[in-house]
Ligand binder design. Structure first.
Ligand SMILES: [Ca+2]
Length: 340
């Protein structure tokens, strides 16, 4: 029997840091300069001039939480949860200094309870919350970032989460590099919410936390393109692409590299509670030590699966059989098992 997949759970835990900059003493000078109502600037940790722009609304210093770090400030939080920025576009970018990288990494963008327009961060983003739950208007029209979660919780001051919650519809998700241990979750009534097109230029990487390295929708999901790999980790449900709507579908999934199961159960997964369109894996599908890891599954229709490389079984004891099995149970569920 198949163990039913649990809905996503959020278990914040400290994530190992790959970048750690020591805060300096706090200082009296304001960290963020309000240039005009829609533009603010600050000096980034490596000396770059960071620029925050909104298409409407009025920026104030109180919206920003920063920590004096390195040569300037780490933007830990920008808080639009109080309203006044509904539907606005937000761009956070950097002008390169001789000491800098021309990028700006951001901890948390909070627009909880309020919709956003297009959000663009020229650097890494730890987390974003947006959406008022009204399905008639997109909760977040688009999110474009260099990477998600690459620096763990360091950009949030060592606390917080890497889970992003979008209450409503996310139009377009573009991540130029990796999604590392971060989780983008679109939630709401499964007949109304969806994620449009998803493009990840690097890999979707699960970690030790449950549900880490994940893109999930309570409703439909458009075409998903992962240029490199989907990699399960030790965490349950880590490294996963999932639509949890029984009435919905995933239009299709292309993984340029491999789908790799990890030590966690149900890690390294492409899964749809509804229909699943064409799934193309450029290289291998590899089962891991976790039960049901390295798996492609649709509860209803599965259009087709192509695997450019090998199908390699994992070490789980539960499913022994041929290298590729497609199993239908209850007349509806199609499973592609990766097993010995
Ligand atoms: Ca920088």
């Amino acid at each position: 029997m198949w163990k039913p997949l649990r809905k996503s759970t959020i278990r914040p835990r400290r994530i190992s840091a790959s970048l750690r900059l020591q805060p300096l003493e706090s200082r009296l000078a304001p960290a963020v300069t309000i240039v005009n109502p829609t533009t603010a600037t600050f000096t980034d940790v490596d000396g770059d001039k960071a620029i925050v722009k909104v298409s409407a609304g009025t920026l104030t210093p109180g919206l920003f939480t920063t920590a004096a770090t390195g040569l300037g400030e780490q933007l830990q939080t920008i808080n639009f949860g109080g309203g006044g920025f509904d539907g606005v576009n937000l761009t956070i970018m950097a002008v390169k200094a001789p000491t800098g990288d021309g990028l700006v990494n951001v901890g948390y963008i909070n627009s909880n309870g309020h919709d956003f327009g297009a959000v663009r961060v020229a650097g890494d983003l730890g987390r974003i919350d947006a959406g008022d739950g009204d399905p008639e208007v997109a909760a977040l029209k688009s999110l474009t970032v260099l990477s998600l979660g690459r620096y763990g919780l360091d950009t949030q001051g060592g606390t917080g989460y890497l889970q992003s919650g979008i209450a409503g519809t996310l139009g377009v998700l573009v991540v130029a590099g990796d999604v590392k241990e971060a989780h983008v979750r679109v939630y709401g009534n499964d007949n109304d919410v969806k994620i449009g097109a998803i493009t990840v230029g690097g890999s979707l990487i699960g970690g030790s936390n449950d549900d880490s390295g994940q893109i999930s929708s309570d409703g439909d999901m458009g075409m998903v393109k992962i240029r490199r790999d989907v990699i399960g980790g030790p965490g349950y449900n880590s490294g996963r692409i999932i639509s949890q709507s029984s009435s919905g579908k995933i239009a299709g999934v292309t993984i340029g590299g491999s789908l790799i199961g990890g030590p966690g159960n149900d890690s390294g997964l492409v899964y749809s509670e509804g229909d699943l369109g064409m799934v193309r894996i450029g290289h291998d599908v590899i089962g891991g030590a976790g039960e049901r890891s390295g798996r492609i599954e649709s509860v209803y229709k599965l259009a087709a699966v192509t695997i450019g490389g090998s199908l390699i079984g994992g070490s789980t004891f539960r499913f022994h059989g041929p290298a590729l099995r497609m199993v239908q149970d209850h007349g509806l569920r199609w499973h592609v098992l990766t097993c010995e």
